[in-house]
Design a protein around this ligand. Structure first.
Ligand code: ADP
Ligand code: 5GP
Length: 206
C-alpha cells in the first residue's frame, strides 16, 4: 500500500512547478491527475494537466460518488477520482495530490495517514509577483486580487498540515519535499512490517 501526500499552497506559490520537478527524482512517486470543469488554457492538453470535462459530466461523476474529494476553486470544479487514487496506492506506488485546502481537509478526514504538506510563498509581495508573471495571459486584475485575498485565508490553514515548506528557491524546496517523502517511507507505519520480518528472522535464528 503506497502513501498519499497532499500538497496545498495559495495559487501562484509554485506547488505545481515543485511537484513536477520532484516526481522524476523520486522513483515510485507519482502525481495524481484531477478532473476539472475549468476550460483549457492556451498550451494545456486534455489528460496532461487535468482531465478536462464539462460541468454536466463533472456533476454526474460527483453525484455518482466517483470523487474522493472535490471543491469549487475560483468558480470551477476540481476533483480527485477515487478509483485512480486507489489503483496507485494498491499497487504500492506513492501518490501526490496537488489540491486546494478544502480538498485537503476532506482527504485528511477520510484518511488519517495522508501526509499534508503546506507550501508557503516567501512573502505576499513575492506571491503577487509570481501570480502576475504566470497569469499575464489569463487572469484579469480583479481575479488576481481575488486570488491574493483567498491566499490570506488559506495560509491560516497551515497548522492543519504535517509539514510546512517555504518555496524560496526551487532546488532547496524540492530537496525539502524529497526529504519529507523519504522520512515517510522510513516511518514506523510504512517501514515497520519489513523491520518486523527482519526481527522475526533474528528470533528464528536464535
Ligand atoms: P501554483 O501551482 O502554486 O499555482 P506554479 O507552479 O504555476 O504555481 O508557479 C507559479 C509561478 O511561479 C510560475 O511562473 C513558476 O515558474 C514560478 N515559480 C515557482 N517557484 C518559484 C521559485 N521558487 N522562485 C521563483 N519563481 C517560482
Ligand atoms: P489551476 O486551475 O490554476 O490549475 O488550479 C486552481 C486550484 O485548484 C489550485 O489551488 C489547485 O491546487 C486546485 N486543484 C487542482 N486539482 C484539484 C482537485 O482535484 N481537488 C481540489 N480540491 N483542488 C484542486
Amino acid at each position: 500500500m503506497g502513501s498519499l501526500f497532499v500538497v496545498s499552497a495559495p495559487s501562484g506559490t509554485g506547488k505545481t512547478t515543485l511537484v513536477e520537478t520532484l516526481i522524476p527524482r523520486v522513483p515510485g512517486l507519482e502525481m495524481s491527475r484531477s478532473y476539472t470543469s475549468r476550460p483549457l488554457r492556451p498550451g494545456e492538453r486534455d489528460g496532461v494537466e487535468y482531465h478536462f470535462v464539462s460541468r454536466e459530466r463533472f456533476d454526474s461523476m460527483r453525484d455518482a460518488g466517483e470523487f474522493l474529494e472535490w471543491a469549487d476553486v475560483f468558480g470551477h470544479l476540481y476533483g480527485t477520482r477515487a478509483v485512480d487514487t486507489r489503483r496507485h496506492l494498491d499497487a504500492g506506488r506513492d501518490l501526490v495530490l496537488v489540491i486546494d485546502v478544502q480538498g485537503a481537509s476532506q482527504i485528511r478526514r477520510l484518511d488519517g495517514s495522508a501526509v499534508g504538506i503546506f507550501v508557503l510563498p516567501p512573502s505576499p509581495a513575492v506571491l503577487e509577483e509570481r501570480l502576475r508573471r504566470r497569469s499575464r495571459n489569463h487572469l484579469t486584475e480583479e481575479e488576481l486580487r481575488r486570488r491574493l485575498a483567498v491566499a490570506r485565508r488559506e495560509v491560516e490553514r497551515m497548522g492543519t498540515y504535517d509539514y510546512v515548506v517555504v518555496n524560496d528557491e526551487i532546488e532547496d524546496c524540492v530537496e525539502r519535499l524529497r526529504c519529507i517523502v523519504m522520512a515517510e517511507r522510513t516511518s514506523w507505519r510504512v517501514a515497520g512490517p519489513a523491520g518486523e520480518a527482519i526481527a522475526r528472522a533474528f528470533r528464528d535464528a536464535g
